[in-house]
Design a protein around this ligand. Structure first.
Ligand code: SF4
Length: 475
């Protein structure tokens, strides 16, 4: 039942100081900028001065909102969400934002992450009489917050209480029925969340990535800090550090793959980090090749670094069809295999007769890289040396990035030599964990590396229970 509920997503929130400013179009454009974080559903909820109204639809942002939908979402405050699920079940029931209404609370919530203690929290809430209508952990957060609102004065205090009960990764935005927005980032800071302004601070914007603020023509103001709550109301910003921890656990996969290269995550420009990883990758695993070929788009920055460090020219030997969904976030294996062929095509004139070094960001199941190596060789590449800017992924993620179980993770089950043979490469070299830390440029105790070393940063995480409840074969 609960296996349908896990996700990693993108969120946006906007608050204009004047009621005449309609923000739903900004929310829409911001979600388009965050489209890479989720492509299965999208939703926008607005506050129109009296009540909260919203619309959610399946598919890409452009598909989810039919013509004229936005013009009916009138209001100067809004939150939005893009989602991908972990199973084939992409339904509106689990789409966000989640709108909670009762006699004592009325708010909409959008969140990115995974609550690792959601099962026990859900049971406690059920014992108190809460009746759940979905299997999502978003509803657990919403009902927990609603329960806490009965105990304390206001949303700031209720969110503080809620943060102390939640375990896991969550960057979330909240829209209240008095037109306030709140942005909350978990104390370990797994996911990015940042604050910006548009039109000389006429509009405040909170987004999963800085690239969304740039897209809206805005100015980056600050990151929402791990453990921080930020309230924006009628042009006023209030900040509260609700929980302070000695260590943090920024998801290394945001730096390696998930975030856009034009985003900056907690002060680290993603493109620069990936370029550094490419340089380190060359020093760890040099290759005797004539060309460096990136797997577009996420391997491009690392390939630039590899090329600069090695002196081997970089060339676009693979083209990408931009209108095909990202393979990692496609929910079904059968879809994924077809999509790789639809998505990539080698440039024969570039690779024919050449020894190439192919740079990709990560290998999860190996579906994609195996087919790409095959296609490159079919197009005439003499040798294909594969270099990966992320270390081997050997453990599941319970914090919001939906890797498969260990059974499906190729590096958890085979040696590098075996994987190399399986994908048909002439050589294979992975980034080391030390190299990854150096390339990202943050100390180890500021990062989550759990899928690389099995050390989960959340205390008391019940891996066995989570494996069972997330569905042994999730994705
Ligand atoms: S386990 Fe891996 S993918 Fe999951 S949050 Fe940690 S670093 Fe990110």
């Amino acid at each position: 039942m609960f296996g349908d509920a896990k996700e990693s997503c993108g969120v946006i929130a906007l608050s204009a100081s004047h009621k005449s400013i309609q923000v739903s179009k900004y929310a829409f454009d911001g979600l388009v900028a965050l489209q890479h974080r989720g492509q299965e559903s999208a939703g926008i909820y607005v506050y129109n001065g009296k009540s909260i109204k919203g619309y959610k639809g399946l598919g890409l942002v452009s598909e989810a909102f039919p013509a004229n939908t936005l013009s009916r979402l009138i209001g100067n405050v809004a939150i939005g969400h893009v989602r991908y699920s972990t199973t084939s079940k992409s339904n509106l029931e689990n789409a966000q934002p989640y709108h909670f209404t009762s006699t004592y609370a009325n708010f909409a919530l959008a969140f990115n992450g995974t609550i690792s203690n959601f099962l026990s929290l859900r049971r406690e809430l059920e014992e108190k009489g809460h009746v759940f209508t979905s299997d999502s952990d978003t509803e657990v957060i919403a009902r927990l917050l609603a329960a806490n609102l009965l105990e304390v004065e206001d949303y700031m205090d209720a969110l503080t209480l809620t943060m102390r009960q939640l375990e896991g990764a969550y960057s979330m935005v909240l829209l209240t029925d008095s037109g306030e927005i709140y942005a909350v980032r978990d104390p370990l800071g797994f996911k990015p969340l940042c604050l910006g302004t548009i039109s000389q601070k006429e509009i405040y914007v909170v987004a999963s990535e800085t690239a969304a603020i740039d897209t809206l023509g805005g100015e980056f103001e600050s990151d929402i800090l791990p453990g921080e709550i930020v309230r924006v109301s009628e042009g006023e910003v209030t900040r509260k550090k609700a929980v302070t921890l000695e260590r943090h656990a920024r998801c290394m996969f945001e730096f390696v793959y998930f975030s856009r290269p034009d985003s900056v995550f907690d002060g680290i420009p993603i493109h620069m980090a990936r370029e550094r990883l490419g340089r380190i990758l060359y020093r760890l695993h040099p290759a005797d090749a004539e060309l460096v070929v990136p797997v577009p788009d996420s391997g491009r920055s690392a390939a630039t670094g590899y090329s600069e460090e090695s002196g081997i020219p970089i060339a676009e030997g693979l083209m990408k069809n931009r209108y095909v969904w990202r393979t990692f976030i496609m929910p079904l294996q059968s879809y994924r295999e077809n999509q790789v062929r639809l998505k990539f095509n080698p440039v024969k004139s570039v690779v024919d007769g050449r020894d190439i070094v192919l740079i990709d960001d990560s290998i999860v199941r190996s579906t994609t890289i195996k087919q790409i190596v095959y296609m490159l060789k079919k197009a005439g590449a003499k040798k294909v040396h594969v270099r990966i800017s992320c270390p081997p992924i050997i453990a599941a993620c319970y914090m919001g990035i939906d890797f498969p179980t260990r059974r499906e993770l190729v590096a958890a089950n085979y040696t590098v030599e075996e994987i190399c043979r399986f994908i048909g490469a002439d050589s294979l070299g992975y980034m080391s964990i030390d190299g990854l830390i150096e390339g990202i440029g943050l100390p180890e105790n500021e990062l989550c590396l759990a899928c690389l070393n099995g050390k989960y940063p959340i205390e008391n995480i019940d891996v066995t229970l989570l494996e069972k409840t997330l569905g042994g074969g999730r994705r």
